[in-house]
Ligand binder design. Structure first.
Ligand code: KG4
Ligand code: ZN
Length: 343
């Protein structure tokens, strides 16, 4: 049994966790920075980095105390090294290196996307490789075949905005607070998802790519026209995203015969998304797995679990491991028109 101390600081959540290779979370803590960024309607990178400096050390102490573990008792230190906002990544990775240096334990530089990708295996003991993964977060929207630890084949990506980014932008247009995903989901519960006609970009095309910029533009026009209430717009927008997810994932089943479908990343916390993809998987005869909502949004338990999986595979990193603003899971994936612009 290996014990991993994990740190996460790639965006606007500071997090620490103690995770074991036999799937126990001994302690974990996440502190978001929503209030600090809210006046700006999105994450301000420098504010985020400064907040990680202030919060992260306290969280590390907190999880060690809570689990009654001395830092020297851990087997490895896992820290998110990318992709994400470079300032925050440098804070967390450097903290991880400091701990590795002080304890003499190995450092594991974890890809945040691999954290999301492997997170369902932390709670679903029967989820084996390979599986088809819809990874939908604030920075990404991809369909990947997860073949093993560190072994990913990207089948599709967004040509423009990430899925969570689309939720955040639509929320801003509706005057809802950041982060937009939970705010839209709450408002959508009171709306009619068929009230507003919105586009489903790329639906029906062969390659299972995504596009959300046109959907945002359509929401902008509907809000400006003033003919519909906010709840109906929110519900119709959410339904449009769900329809895109379902159609694109169905297309991915044509090229991947992986027996399971997994949804992960912050947008996978959305109830409508979870239900629709479960129905799709069952209809296609595939097993469905989605982590609990708290494990979908950013946290350090998933980084600890990815660290545990990498540690078991003998994949540890040197103290010279770089922080990487961009770090694709599938380095062989071809550039798609319009894609890859964002971290
Ligand atoms: O994975 P995550 O916590 O951070 C990144 O790695 O990006 O994802 C954050 C994104 C945000 O865009 C947020 O609006 C979205 O996930 N999100 C949701 C929900 N909860 C978070 N989107 C839709 N419905 C939700 N319930
Ligand atoms: Zn994330």
């Amino acid at each position: 049994m290996a014990l991993i101390l994990a740190l996460e600081s790639s965006c606007d959540d500071s997090a620490a966790a103690l995770v074991t290779s036999d799937r126990q979370i001994l302690a974990q803590a996440v502190v978001g920075q929503n209030e600090a960024h809210r006046p700006f309607g999105g994450v301000v990178p420098e504010i985020a980095a400064r907040a990680h400096v202030e919060i992260l050390p306290t969280l590390i102490r907190q999880v060690l105390n809570e689990a009654d573990v001395a830092v020297g008792e851990v087997d490895a230190i896992a820290a998110t090294a990318g992709p994400g906002l470079i300032g925050g990544l440098m804070v967390g990775l450097m903290a991880g290196k400091g701990l590795a240096l002080a304890t003499g334990k190995p450092l594991i530089a974890v890809n945040h996307l691999e954290g999301h990708a492997l997170s369902p295996r932390l709670v679903d003991t029967d989820l084996d490789f390979p599986y088809l993964l819809l990874l939908a977060s604030g920075g990404h929207c991809q369909l990947l075949e997860v073949r093993g630890v560190g072994d990913y084949r990207r089948l599709a990506t967004t040509l423009d905005d990430a899925a969570g980014e689309a939720f955040d932008k639509a929320a801003k247009l509706l005057g809802l607070p950041y982060p937009g995903g939970p705010a839209i989901e709450e408002l959508a519960a009171d709306g009619d998802s068929t009230a507003v006609a919105l586009p489903r970009p790329l639906v029906g095309t062969d390659e299972p790519h995504f596009s959300f910029a046109g959907l945002k533009g359509a929401v902008q026009r509907v809000v400006a026209a003033g003919d519909h209430g906010a709840a109906d717009i929110a519900a119709s927008f959410q339904q449009a995203v769900v329809d895109c997810f379902v159609d694109r994932t169905r297309r991915a089943f044509v090229v991947s015969d992986a027996p399971s479908l997994v949804v992960a990343g912050g947008v996978a916390a959305n109830g409508s998304v979870r239900v629709a993809l479960q129905q799709l998987a069952e209809g296609e005869g595939r097993r469905f797995s989605v982590p609990p909502a708290w494990l979908c949004t950013d946290n350090a338990a998933m980084i600890g679990w990815a660290g545990a999986e990498r540690f078991a595979a003998g994949l540890v990193d040197g103290l010279d491991a770089p922080a990487r603003a961009r770090w694709p899971l599938d380095p062989e994936a071809e550039k798609v028109r319009g894609a890859g612009v964002k971290a």
